[in-house]
Structures are given as C-alpha cells and as structure tokens.
Design a protein around this ligand. Sequence first.
Ligand SMILES: [Zn+2]
Ligand SMILES: [Zn+2]
Ligand SMILES: [Zn+2]
Length: 134
Amino acid sequence: MIQPFAGTGEKKKVLLALTAVVRGERRTQFLVATGVVIHQNRTMQSCPHLSAVTRANFDRPQNTPDGCEECLQMGDQWVHLRLCLECGHVGCCDSSKNKHATKHFHRSKHPVIRSIEPGEQWLWCYVDEAGAEM
Ligand SMILES: [Zn+2]
Ligand SMILES: [Zn+2]
Ligand SMILES: [Zn+2]
C-alpha cells in the first residue's frame, strides 16, 4: 500500500508530496474545494480539513510577516516557516530547534498549515497526517 503522505520527518513529507504529484503511478486525484485544486493520494484516508481549505484560507495574511512569532519574541532563529490557515500564526518548522508550528497545533488544535517558503505550495494536516499540494 502506497501512502506517500504518511511519514514522520517533515522533509520526507515534502518530498513524497511532490513526488505524488509529479509521478503518474501515484494516482493522484484532484479535489476541487471552493476554487482550490488539491492533489491528494487515493490511498490516503480522506481528510476533511484539507478538503475544506479555500483560496482565502490559503492566502490569508500572516500575523508576523517578519518570521516565526515566538522566535522573534525570543530572539531565536528558524529554518523554514509554516503558516496556520486557521488564525494566521507563523511558526518555525520541525527542522528548526523550536518547532513552533507543531507546538502551535498542540496548543490551539488548528489542524492545517501551509509552507510559506518561496516556491512551495504544499499543505499539511496534523490531525490526519495528510499532505496536499495547491
Ligand atoms: Zn485533516
Ligand atoms: Zn519558532
Ligand atoms: Zn492557528
């Protein structure tokens, strides 16, 4: 059973998500959710959170456009940035030592983040451990 979006490391998730979109044998399907086309793998359990993402959610303003909210307060550094599609919180990724995006999920229960790195268009649902590409 191919489960290209299941995994533990965030880097692995991204690589697999991209692979799933590029390679035909991954059998990507296309969900249209209020104007947003999401590529999702058929073997993945359906995730209501990703299916409900709208263009407005995806493009929502960032609370702290200069970087990770908590790292900025602490004067600390991050590797990559993730945006909470529920509230606009900007947090650092799991490759960053503080992992503020994941901590934000555990605190707030907001399920879906997106990458706000240049050129990256993927989303991730913490609840279902499911990924998607815009
Ligand atoms: Zn979900
Ligand atoms: Zn941080
Ligand atoms: Zn949030």
